[in-house]
Design a binder for this molecule. Structure first.
Ligand SMILES: [Zn+2]
Length: 139
């Protein structure tokens, strides 16, 4: 058993299963509406744009840009054991949807982090069931 450095997500509802199954295979999957054609995040049973229930899944490129970030100098959740400072990041994917993640493999220094910098996904396996999509500066 790995020594977990953060709380484990508990994907319990069926509409999020393809997202977590994809991550296990190093695929970043996004739900996409069959009616209006827009991908969205987070996964849910209704399209947030047109309320259609006809949802498919697409594989995202894993590329995007840093929409916003915050450097955390203190963790308020005792289960979160990554030594601060670390970077909380709102990532805007190439496909449009945004998701919260961490930006890694860069100094947590506001002098080097820039909004809109290109980023790419990195898959971090926590357990056999859970792999997280983290992001790093695009290479
Ligand atoms: Zn729609």
């Amino acid at each position: 058993m790995e020594n977990l450095n953060r709380p484990l997500p508990k994907p319990i509802t069926p509409e999020v299963k393809p997202f977590w199954d994809g991550l296990k295979e190093h695929k970043l999957m996004l739900p996409k509406c069959d009616d209006c054609g827009k991908p969205f995040f987070y996964p849910r049973i209704l399209c947030p744009f047109c309320h259609s229930r006809r949802i498919s899944w697409i594989q995202a490129s894993g590329k995007g840009k840093l929409h916003a970030f915050e450097i955390a100098y203190q963790s308020f959740n005792p289960e979160f054991k990554i030594p601060p400072p670390y970077i909380l990041a709102m990532i805007e994917l190439e496909e449009g949807p945004r998701l919260m993640s961490n930006l890694i493999n860069i100094e947590p220094d506001p002098a080097v982090i820039r909004c809109d910098m290109p980023v790419e996904v990195v898959f971090e396996k926590l357990t056999d069931e859970i792999t997280l999509p983290l992001f790093q500066p695009a290479r």
